[in-house]
Design a protein around this ligand. Structure first.
Ligand code: AMP
Ligand code: GLY
Length: 424
């Protein structure tokens, strides 16, 4: 296969690392990629949202498969763009079309979908600028904390959880009337607060068949003990100890199957990954959100646990024969600990040289925000890299990830030293 992978984070490095191991890979391009993806293919300086440039590149390089890492191009309709173009329609895009990607691109769309198909989720209502006063009344009828969600994509910042009614009303107004998140908050979903522990579940589907991938737990807050600001994710573990077979069965029967059937019933063609953000409330699973892609840093633990050939699964999607493909997982545990630039998720410096990468022997280092400068590797983002390790159990795997991070350094680096603490 001749593959173009879109994206530049740790997720994409993990996908590139895995695809490079496939016997059916002919050539791998990554756009724009990072200093890590370069070890597994050719980086191409091209934006994931520049469909015209992508078209030109795909034709000139006879790419047959485009794998989409992040949500943006999917929500912007890259699959539809390929489908509608005579020169591109035989190229398979791994990722849903624009309509299906609304499961992530619009919180209101996702909530309506879940309501229609009886999928457990928090109670909610949706408001616009015109119905702001109804929004206030709705808030008054609820108990704190108040959960306000910008309907559209807001780079992971569109969810506010507020303890006090006055503040919640004022933020609702900021979002709706003052466009706090731009167009993304022209509609706001207000929902019931669910108290529980979160986990991430994933399937891969060709629209007909689906395969369940290993679950993972992501650590979103910057500070130890899950304190401080939200980040893209500071680490992940898989499997998740509290996700015992009974709980995973509930997720399958109450969430995965109804979602899969619901898409069919609604006539929505879905191919690619579905990421279910789940919360465990007293041993009952609820959907917090859908994403139309893999998670980051979850991918850095899930993909290493996938024993099967990922390109074989992608071929299964392209030819709608996923049901015939074999999906096997490594029984070992995997953990990923993110090393970030000091200051992240607020202001941080870039362009710091990273030392010690070659000294790591017991982990896979997945690059996220890195660029090459000659032979040197420099930081170029908030989340810089992740050390992923296997272990017979989570404790063993985490010990290795931490030992590896101790060998890596750059100015003002930071990582959480308590990833996995709550599930060990
Ligand atoms: P989302 O973008 O919808 O995943 O929301 C971001 C984060 O906000 C989630 O990962 C949860 O930690 C939190 N969150 C979202 N919705 C709720 C809810 N209904 N109850 C409690 N926490 C929530
Ligand atoms: N780690 C959460 C996400 O990728 O959205």
């Amino acid at each position: 296969m001749r593959v173009l992978l879109l994206g530049s984070g740790g997720r994409e490095h993990a996908l590139a690392w895995k695809m490079a191991q496939s016997s059916i890979l002919e050539e791998l391009f990554i756009a724009p990629g990072n200093a890590g993806t370069k070890m597994h293919g050719k980086n191409v300086d091209m934006s994931v949202n520049d469909f015209k440039a992508i078209k030109k590149f795909v034709i000139e390089n006879t790419v047959d498969t485009v794998v989409v890492g992040p949500e943006d191009p999917l929500v912007n309709g890259i699959a539809d763009f390929f489908q509608a173009d005579d020169e591109l329609k035989t190229v398979s895009v791994i990722g849903p079309n624009k309509e299906a990607a609304q499961l992530e691109g619009s919180k209101d769309y996702a909530k309506q979908f879940m309501k229609r198909h009886n999928i457990p989720t928090a109670k909610y209502a949706t408001f616009t600028k015109e119905t702001l006063s109804d929004g206030y009344k709705f808030l008054e009828s609820m108990n704190p904390p108040y959960v306000l969600k910008a309907d559209g994509l807001a780079a992971g910042k569109g969810v506010l959880i507020l303890d006090n009614l006055k503040e919640a009303k004022s933020e609702l107004k900021n979002m709706l009337a003052d466009a706090k998140f731009g167009e993304a908050s022209s509609r706001v979903v207000i929902e019931q607060f669910l108290d529980g522990v979160e986990l991430s579940c994933f399937i891969i589907t060709d629209g007909d068949a689906y395969k369940i991938l290993p679950e993972a737990k992501d650590y979103k807050r910057i500070g130890e003990g899950d304190a401080g600001l939200n980040t893209g994710g500071m680490g992940a573990v898989s499997p998740v100890p509290f996700a015992n077979p009974t709980f995973l069965d509930k997720i399958k029967n109450q969430i995965i199957i109804p979602t899969h059937k619901g898409l069919k019933a609604d006539g929505i063609e879905y191919n690619g990954f579905i990421f279910f953000g789940i919360i465990n409330v007293k041993n009952e699973p609820y959907v917090i959100e859908y994403n139309c892609r893999l998670g980051d840093p979850e991918t850095e633990v899930i993909i290493p646990r996938l024993k099967s050939d990922l390109l074989d699964l992608f071929e299964g999607i392209a030819t709608k024969t996923l049901s015939e493909r074999d999906v096997q997982f490594d029984e070992r545990s995997a953990s990923a600990v993110m090393m970030v630039s000091g200051g992240y998720p607020e202001k941080y410096a870039k362009g710091k040289q990273i030392f010690g990468l070659n000294a790591v022997t017991d982990s896979i280092v997945f690059h996220a925000g890195t660029v090459s400068d000659g032979p040197a590797v420099m930081t170029s983002g908030g989340r810089v890299l992740a050390a992923t390790s296997y272990g017979k159990d989570l404790a063993t795997s985490l010990k290795k990830s931490y030992e590896s991070l101790d060998k890596i350094e750059f100015e003002n680096s930071y990582f959480r030293s308590d990833i996995g603490y709550d599930v060990l």
